[in-house]
Write a protein that binds this ligand. Structure first.
Ligand SMILES: *Cc1c(COP(=O)(O)O)cnc(C)c1O
Length: 457
């Protein structure tokens, strides 16, 4: 097979800063062994997140100069609205400053106590906004999605049998919405099949429950459907995306993902009554209906990015470049979640560091080792992020101890990724020397952002 090349050339560059291992050891110590506390200038390759970290194209930057900053009725809004309508087919488009703002508006309008929202897996901000409204979130990932080491084509699917059972159990009238996250971010960036989306839409319609898509990575998911699902090999990405949305009643989206924008998002739907209630909330919390917390230039950048992201050459490169890193790690014996997701590779730290018990945070220990070895910043998705304590103060660990390497869009080249693989493999070869950590300081909520730790003796 021919090498799949980056489908762009580089017009503007940004330096990255090199540090020595000794300097990094010192930086880690000062940051309390928590890379969230490290200055970005001290990071060589930043794989903390793919959110808002994309490189914009020359066209997007040109669009920024075309931004119409009129308070009401800006031309940029109408270009944005037309693009979202063309892609999704939804008639009503509500701009917001990022994905969670769409969630906050939607769930404060339809949520409330005694209600249940069902999903393949709710992303953490989605769940938080549902719970903040007083409702309960229920995740129903399919069986394959729960086993990291065994590959399957659509591990992001919802378990439709469980969905029907929960609807029977809780009653359709207590379920204001079913939400499908594509790709399934918290479940490893794994895709959802068209068949699963169609079937979920059918079940929801049968029970009169609105069905929404959390569409942050709709283009990556569409590409996986084209690659892996029978009957889609000859369909274009816009056709596949349009079919996905055709089974749903609306969507929320963070433009910081599959729109190559550094900020922004939207809520799109057809139900006019619901839209009126959402727009009232929008005006209170985000801004007028034609800008929703964004500048006109942001709306331009999103509109252009939404079209660029559906380019086949881009998606082939994007999906392959993640798989390329995953393949290198698998070949070296590093335990990773399989297959690679659409935006990230996840290392199974529990399997890689069996000598570190979960209450000594093997995921965070690996995150620190990757930074020390090669200046790579990743994020722990394990018991530091999701762990809770029982009444006796003992850790109730998370289900998995993962380290996520999220790849920003269009930012790093193949040699950067080769370097990342080399660093991980070097750490893997001396994995027995990695020590566990203990928490010195933490906050009651979202402790992983600010906690300070120290290595165990
Ligand atoms: C990022 C993300 C969100 C929230 O979007 P923000 O722009 O970060 O507020 C919601 N759902 C999923 C699946 C995401 O990845």
């Amino acid at each position: 097979m021919q090498t799949i090349i980056e489908p762009f050339r580089i017009k503007s560059v940004e330096p990255i800063y090199f540090t020595t291992k000794a300097e990094r050891r010192d930086i880690l110590e000062k940051a309390g062994f928590n890379p969230f506390r490290i200055h970005a200038d001290h990071v060589l390759i930043d794989l903390l997140t793919d959110s808002g970290t994309s490189a914009m194209s020359s066209n997007q930057w040109a669009g920024i100069m075309q931004g119409d900053e009129s308070y009401a009725g800006s031309a940029s809004f109408f270009r944005f609205e037309k693009t979202v309508r063309d892609i999704t087919g939804f008639r009503i488009v509500i701009p917001v400053h990022q994905g969670r703002a769409a969630e906050k508006i939607l769930f404060s309008v339809i949520g409330g106590s005694g209600k249940y929202f069902i999903s393949n897996t709710l992303f953490d901000t989605t769940r938080a906004n549902i719970e903040f409204s007083g409702s309960t979130g229920i995740d129903l990932p399919c069986a394959e999605g729960k086993i990291p080491s065994v590959p399957a084509p659509f591990k992001g699917n919802i378990d439709t049998e469980a969905l029907e059972a929960v609807i029977r159990d809780k009653g359709a009238k207590n379920i204001p919405m079913v939400i499908m996250t594509i790709t399934n971010n918290s479940g490893g960036g794994q895709p959802v099949s068209m068949r699963n989306i169609r079937e979920t839409g059918r079940i929801c319609r049968q029970h009169g429950i609105p069905f929404f898509i959390d569409a942050c990575r709709f283009a990556e998911n569409s590409y996986f459907i084209r690659q892996r699902e029978e009957g889609y090999a000859d369909k274009s990405i816009p056709e596949i995306a349009r079919e996905i949305f055709s089974y749903a009643d609306g969507c929320t989206m963070s433009a910081k993902k599959d729109a190559f924008a550094n900020i922004g998002g939207f809520l799109a739907l057809d139900d006019l009554d619901l839209a009126i209630r959402c727009r009232n909330m929008l005006i209170i919390t985000e801004g007028f209906t034609t800008y929703g917390g964004l500048a006109g230039r942001d709306l331009e950048a999103i509109a252009i990015g939404l079209k660029e992201v559906m380019d086949e050459n881009y998606l082939a490169y994007r999906i392959r470049s993640i798989e390329y890193l995953g393949d290198k790690l698998v070949k070296a014996g590093v335990p990773v979640m399989q297959p690679a997701g659409g935006h990230a590779v996840y290392i199974d730290a529990k399997a890689m560091l069996p000598h570190i018990p979960v209450d000594a945070y093997p995921g965070q220990a690996l995150v620190c080792a990757l930074y020390e070895e090669g200046g790579i910043r990743s994020v722990e998705i394990g018991s530091l992020m999701f762990g809770k304590y029982d009444q006796g103060g003992r850790l109730l660990p998370a289900a998995m101890e993962l380290v996520r390497l999220a790849i920003p869009r269009r930012v790093y080249t193949q040699s950067h990724i080769d370097y990342v693989a080399e660093v991980i493999i070097a750490v893997f070869r001396h994995k027995e020397c990695i020590k566990g950590l203990r928490i010195l300081e933490e906050t009651p909520l979202l402790r992983h952002f600010t906690a300070r730790l120290e290595p165990l003796k």
